[in-house]
Design a protein around this ligand. Structure first.
Ligand SMILES: [Zn+2]
Length: 72
């Protein structure tokens, strides 16, 4: 029961923005999760604008993970 409340709060927040590591556009992470457009790689999650970018990342994650790294 408690888990349901937490999950709903996370979905409603909807302010988590990530950069698509393949094409560089901004992606709403919650929306990407709902559409199964998030991949985990090297202990990080990457969100994508569409299945085409997700699939390109899946084929060569190292090349895109380095380019799309957004840490300061
Ligand atoms: Zn994209």
């Amino acid at each position: 029961m408690a888990d349901d409340i937490v999950n709903t709060a996370e979905i409603e927040r909807g302010d988590e923005i990530a950069l698509d590591a393949v094409c560089g556009m901004t992606v709403d992470v919650e929306l990407a999760r709902a559409r199964d457009l998030v991949l985990a790689f090297a202990e990080r999650e990457y969100a994508f604008c569409g299945a085409c970018c997700r699939d390109r990342f899946a084929r060569s994650p190292i090349a895109f993970a380095v380019a799309g790294r957004a840490e300061p």
